[in-house]
Design a protein around this ligand. Sequence first.
Ligand SMILES: Cc1cc2nc3c(=O)[nH]c(=O)nc-3n(C[C@H](O)[C@H](O)[C@H](O)COP(=O)(O)O)c2cc1C
Length: 396
Amino acid sequence: MSNVVPIVDDVYWIGVNDRTTELFEAIWPLPDGVSYNSYLIDDDEVAVIDTVKETHIDSYLQNIKDTLGGRHPDYLIINHIEPDHSGAIKAFKEAFPEIQIVGNQKTMNLLEDFYEIEDNHVVVSDRDTIDLGEHQLNFHLTPMVHWPETMMTYEEKTGTLFSGDAFGGFGTLDGGIFDDEVNIKHYESEIRRYYSNIVGKYSPMVQKAISKLSDLEIEIIASTHGPVWRDNPERIISDYDRWSKQEKEKGVVMVYGSMYGNTQKIVEEIARNLATEGIKNIKVYNISKTHVSHIINDIWKYEGLILGSCTYNMGIFPKMDYLLRILENKNIRNHTLGIFGSYSWSGGAVSRLEEFADNLNYEPVNPTVEIKCSATEEDFADCAELAKNVAQQLKE
Ligand SMILES: Cc1cc2nc3c(=O)[nH]c(=O)nc-3n(C[C@H](O)[C@H](O)[C@H](O)COP(=O)(O)O)c2cc1C
């Protein structure tokens, strides 16, 4: 049985599915696994575009043999050298010692430092071309989407953009590999989770890349993870455009840290009041229960963000601090922010939330609700006021 899937004239998907790794980048959960997509163009000269994680080298090399028979690939194009795509390079080079490895200067530096591969380099600059026969490959440097060496390869004859990690998503390819072959709804959230978790920090560079690619006639987008977009490539470009502008949908994400339930009562009160104010999309997350990966996904999606925490050892609840640090690192923008917290003697949670707001230039919606030990009727009235004001701003 062959795992190779023809995409379009002489272009093949030769990727693999990873159904065993629990955490992507040792951080982000993979409940539905992930695919490492690699591609092969079978022309007078043969090009392979990106490889796979080293754990899958055997089935990967088998895919190449199944496609080429006894022939060998001539070029290996490295759009992105993060080890989930480059881990197989050493074994790949052992299997095909004459292979010419194509990348930009930054790729080559990393190739030497990671794998000590110093020969057969073909260094390309922005908009350079390699001619395979029928197919021409154009290279477009898109630095920091999301590593310094990231670039994209455009194949002229078929209009295929091999985009590296950009436009990719979590989730294995379970039989179908094209956007029109799978239930794309199943992948929607996993694609945005991938964006918000992995690429989102580099949104300004994504914007630059999108405008740089705007003069290409893109028929197919072939990323290194997730479905290949051949039916509606405009859809994923438009999603990336919105996400990288940090444009949001109507709705509120509430995230809280609570050990004994007093802070949770604040959450319930605010959530109920948001609902009575007409907010339909309300997502409440207990930071101790849901992995930050999924929470960040919804924070990237919705305009409203209400964060609250109990005080712990004079600071904020540690799991909430972890979320705040990630959000600060990702430079999240464009939210209507509300904050609340609890304490029993010194306080500490609310001041950290205020620092978070300051760091990201948010002006929290009034009032900030802070309870001592357990909420009073007055505190609940403040919750209603906060919900009303957040809802009001979302409607504007
Ligand atoms: C381990 C632990 C450490 C705490 N540290 C502080 C503290 O340093 N300062 C403070 O004001 N309250 C502190 N508190 C009290 C809680 O922040 C306070 O009781 C809060 O209302 C608990 O909210 P919860 O019921 O949602 O967990 C601590 C509580 C616990 C259990």
